[in-house]
Design a protein around this ligand. Structure first.
Ligand SMILES: NC(=O)c1ccc[n+]([C@@H]2O[C@H](COP(=O)([O-])OP(=O)(O)OC[C@H]3O[C@@H](n4cnc5c(N)ncnc54)[C@H](O)[C@@H]3O)[C@@H](O)[C@H]2O)c1
Length: 331
C-alpha cells in the first residue's frame, strides 16, 4: 500500500536500505520534501525536529505521518494542524500503541462497567537499564517524558475520558548517562475520575505489571500477554448499614465474597490453525487507517486534535519540573 520512494538522513549510510532499492537518497529533509514523487513524509528525526520538519513537509504539499512526540507544546501541535488545513493534507500522529490489544481489552472491560466505578488505574513501564544516546540529552529533546511517556499518556488520557486532568509529575535521572530524565511518576486526577498513575522506571529489575485497575466491583491486572479480572455482584450480598456497636469477638468486618473471574490472552499465530486470526499489529493498523484517510478520505482513528490533549499533559510535566523546552519548540 505504500512505496518507499526516498530516504533522507544526515548519515550517508542511512540513506539507503536493501528493502527499498529504488528509494532516492537525500542528505536533508528539505531536499526530500522538494521531490515531486514524494506524496507522504514520515517524520522520524530527532524529537525536537518533529514539528519543524512536519510543518515544512505540509507546506511542501505532502501528507505527514509524524512520530511521537507529536511536538513539545500545544502551540507546536496547533501550528502543524494549521499547516495541514492550509495544505489540505492528512496529518497523522504516530501513536500506534493505541491499537495494542491489551490496552484495547482493558478499555473495553472498564467501559463495560463490570468492575463498577473505577477508582484507580496504574500503568507501569518498568525496566532496568542505562542509555547513553541522544535520548538522554536535552539537546534534541531527549528524556523519557517525550520518548516513551507519549505512549503511556495516550493510554492514560484515553481512559481518563473527556475533560482536562490535574497533572502532578515527578521525574528523576537515575541511571541515564545524560542529564535527561529516565524515570517518570505521573498522576492524573479530576472530578468523578479515577486516579490514574503512569509510571516509567529505569531502576526496577522486578518490573511491575503493566496494568492494575481497581473498581467498586472488582479489579484487573496483567500485561501484554495476559490479563485477569474478577468482580463481585453486590446485589447478591446482604444489605449493610452502619452499625456502631463494637463487633462481637473483637473481629473486624469480614464477609465471604463470591467472585466471577475472567481472563484474556492475545490470539497468536499458533492459534491460526484453530481458525482464530491474530489481529494485525498496532503499526499495521495505524498504516491501514492512514491509507484509508489519504486515499478514501475516511476519518482518522487517531487525530492530531486528540493527541494535542496528550501533549498538553506532557507540556505541563516539563513546566512542573522546570525542564527547558528544546530549541525549535513553539512556546
Ligand atoms: N512510535 C514508536 O513506538 C517509536 C519507536 C522508536 C522510535 N520512535 C521515534 O522515532 C524517532 C527516531 O528514533 P530512532 O530510535 O530511529 O533514532 P535514531 O537516532 O536511530 O534515528 C534518527 C535519525 O534521524 C536522522 N535525523 C535527525 N534529524 C534529521 C533531519 N532533520 N533531517 C534528516 N535526518 C535527520 C539522524 O541522522 C538519525 O539517523 C524518535 O523521535 C523516536 O521518539 C518512535
Amino acid at each position: 500500500m505504500f512505496d518507499v520512494v526516498a530516504i533522507a538522513d544526515f548519515i550517508p549510510e542511512r540513506r539507503s536500505h536493501e528493502a527499498f532499492p529504488n528509494a532516492k537518497p537525500y542528505a536533508s529533509a528539505e531536499a526530500l520534501i522538494a521531490d515531486p514523487n514524494v506524496e507522504m513524509v514520515i517524520v522520524s528525526t530527532f524529537n525536537s525536529m518533529h514539528a519543524p520538519v512536519a510543518r515544512m513537509a505540509l507546506k511542501g504539499g505532502k501528507h505527514v505521518l509524524c512520530e511521537k512526540p507529536f511536538g513539545f507544546t500545544t502551540a507546536d501541535v496547533d501550528s502543524m494542524i494549521a499547516e495541514a488545513k492550509a495544505a489540505g493534507k492528512v496529518l497523522q500522529p504516530f501513536q500506534q500503541r493505541r491499537f495494542e490489544e491489551d490496552f484495547q481489552k482493558v478499555r473495553s472491560i472498564i467501559r463495560s462497567g463490570i468492575l463498577g466505578k473505577i477508582s484507580y488505574i496504574q500503568i507501569c513501564w518498568d525496566g532496568f537499564g542505562r542509555r547513553w544516546d541522544w535520548q538522554t540529552s536535552r539537546q534534541y529533546g531527549g528524556g523519557q517524558l517525550y520518548n516513551n511517556m507519549p505512549h503511556l499518556v495516550d493510554h492514560a488520557m484515553e481512559l481518563f475520558g473527556d475533560g482536562e486532568p490535574k497533572v502532578q509529575c515527578m521525574v528523576a535521572s537515575s541511571l541515564s548517562i545524560g542529564p535527561a530524565e529516565d524515570e517518570v511518576h505521573l498522576t492524573l486526577t479530576g472530578k468523578d475520575k479515577p486516579i490514574i498513575r503512569a509510571e516509567l522506571m529505569a531502576t526496577n529489575p522486578y518490573a511491575r505489571e503493566r496494568w492494575c485497575v481497581c473498581g467498586t466491583n472488582g479489579g484487573l491486572h496483567g500485561g501484554t500477554k495476559k490479563l485477569e479480572w474478577k468482580y463481585v455482584d453486590w446485589s447478591k450480598m446482604p444489605k449493610r448499614v452502619v452499625d456502631m456497636t463494637p463487633l462481637e469477638g473483637r473481629v473486624y468486618c469480614s464477609e465471604k465474597l463470591e467472585w466471577t473471574t475472567d481472563s484474556w490472552e492475545p490470539v497468536t499465530a499458533a492459534d491460526a490453525g484453530a481458525g482464530a486470526k491474530p489481529a494485525p499489529g498496532p503499526t499495521k493498523q495505524l498504516y491501514l487507517s492512514l491509507y484509508d484517510a489519504i486515499r478514501k478520505g475516511t476519518p482518522q482513528l487517531i487525530t492530531a486534535e486528540a493527541v494535542r490533549r496528550r501533549i498538553a499533559v506532557l507540556e505541563q510535566c516539563y513546566k512542573l519540573n522546570n525542564i527547558p523546552f528544546p530549541e525549535g519548540a513553539i512556546l
